[in-house]
Design a protein around this ligand. Structure first.
Ligand code: MLT
Length: 210
């Protein structure tokens, strides 16, 4: 299913899938992509759910309480869109890292749990457990950076710890950073993301294309 999006070809085989927070759009995380990996291709997508006029990637019943049926459906749609975009633009899914903030980080986490074959990993900025799968997926080889805010009033730290645990139990390689901040992003988020991505690229320089 088509999504409003923006495609910027880069100079490396790496692709960043940018997923904005509630009320944002496909342009919001472009400067983050430019900072963390200026050579990467960028696929920036706009969420297709509307909540009182605000773009989101799936519906919620209240803050932090998700409409799980909609979340699962929208996650599948976004994964299908990513697969079709990879053929259209010619990029490799196994070199694609989702970069999501808040609601965008939550759907990125859901994609890793539900459709792990569509991503190499994710930079999840202020994510929580999107849903609890009956059976954990096999995430061996997937790379996750999870940046949480110590005093985030929207995404409680216990919940982020549970997400990190869930990814680790699934076999993913997880770096969970707890920053001395709240829900807003800080410069430290960008520094951590840039360094983490540098390490991921150094460990997987010659991945095969699609
Ligand atoms: C929000 O965007 O309100 C929450 O932080 C996360 C979400 O609803 O997915």
């Amino acid at each position: 299913m088509e999504h409003i999006h923006l495609w910027q070809p880069g100079k490396s085989g790496r692709t960043l899938l940018l997923l904005h927070g509630t009320g944002g759009n496909e342009r919001d995380l472009l400067s983050i992509a430019e900072t963390v990996s200026p050579d990467a291709n960028v696929l920036a997508v706009r969420g297709r759910s509307l909540d009182e006029g605000m773009n989101r990637f799936f519906l919620r019943l209240a803050e932090g309480v998700f409409d799980e049926a909609d979340l699962l459906e929208k996650t599948e749609e976004l994964a299908d869109f990513l697969v079709s975009a990879s053929s259209r633009y010619g990029f490799a899914l196994n070199q694609t890292i989702a970069v999501g903030y808040s609601n965008g980080a939550n759907i990125a986490a859901a994609m890793l749990l539900l459709r792990p074959e569509t991503l190499q990993g994710g930079i999840l900025l202020r994510a929580m457990v999107p849903f609890r799968p009956d059976v954990l997926p096999v995430l061996a080889g997937k790379q996750v950076l999870l940046n949480s805010g110590e005093s985030d009033p929207i995404l409680p730290l216990d919940n982020a710890n549970e997400l990190a645990r869930m990814f680790r139990e699934s076999g993913a390689s997880v770096q969970h950073e707890v920053l001395g901040t709240g829900h807003n992003l800080t410069k430290q988020d960008l520094t951590l993301a840039k360094n983490w991505l540098g390490n991921v690229m150094a460990c997987s320089p010659n991945l095969d294309p699609l």
